[in-house]
Design a protein around this ligand. Structure first.
Ligand code: BTN
Length: 239
């Protein structure tokens, strides 16, 4: 199991990861970070666990990850931005994550709307942002990140769809070093977003996407819609 000391070794961020709660087993790091947020926990706290018994994915799905092989953690943000900006946050997190993964693997990391990271066309990481809004402002956002790092065996139904950093670059990855690179990338980009707005993430995200001008099927409230991806709106929606 990670210790806070090991994770913070050499970490140069100002607030992200200043306090890291580490667990061997927890239901969901997002749930825990949310509980901390609801009692007034400060921006930048991280909850990390080796194993989640009820890890959450998007759209009510489960997030499954072998214990001690991956990274599953949540970061508490308190950005003073308008409620609409909440849709830009997954793009911002996606770019920072893609940059850190690319730095570690040397392989181009791709962003897939709305919040997946792919390596060689297979999913390597997912993002789940759970926000709380107050008077049309973001009160807090829990950024949940799951990355397949050193896992080499996946359930049969994910064959050809999921991969890990280790499978793609054929060596074991230092998880703590990757975690620090991610927090560093997230904080640097966050400071820029807070200063100038998160609008810049749209073009940066599109540079990392191979979806543009390609056909897509999107499930919306149980209805499947098909179309051609033309880009992203400034708010982060799919055009
Ligand atoms: C997705 O791809 O559907 C999003 C997956 C997000 C998973 C992470 S793991 C850490 C955090 N805690 C959770 O319960 N979920 C997120």
């Amino acid at each position: 199991m990670f210790t806070e000391r090991e994770l913070r070794k050499g970490l140069k961020t100002k607030t992200f990861g200043k306090k890291i709660y580490t667990f061997q087993t927890i239901d969901s790091t997002n749930n825990c970070a949310k509980a901390v947020a609801n009692i007034g926990g400060p921006e930048g706290i991280v909850v990390i666990a080796e194993e989640q018994t009820a890890g959450k994915g998007r759209l009510g799905r489960r997030w499954l990850a072998n214990p001690n092989e991956n990274l599953t953690f949540s970061l508490l943000l308190r950005p003073s931005v308008h409620a609409e900006a909440i849709h830009q946050l997954p793009l911002y997190v996606g770019i920072a994550l893609a940059e850190a993964i690319e730095k570690t693997t040397g392989i181009r990391a791709e962003c897939k709307w709305p919040n997946d990271i792919l390596l060689n066309r297979k999913k390597v990481a997912g993002i789940l942002i759970e926000g709380s809004l107050k008077e049309r402002q973001v009160e807090y956002a829990i950024v949940g990140i799951g990355i397949n790092v050193n896992q080499t065996v996946f359930p049969a139904d994910l064959a050809g769809k999921a991969t890990s950093l280790r499978l793609e670059c054929k060596r074991e990855i230092d998880r703590a070093a990757l975690f620090r690179d991610i927090l560093t990338a997230l904080e640097a980009m966050y400071q820029q977003g807070i200063k100038n707005g998160f609008g810049f993430v749209v073009s940066r995200w599109m540079e990392r996407s191979t979806m543009i001008n390609k056909p897509i099927a999107v499930s919306l409230h149980g209805t499947v819609m098909t179309g051609i991806v033309k880009g992203l709106s400034r708010e982060g929606g799919l055009k």
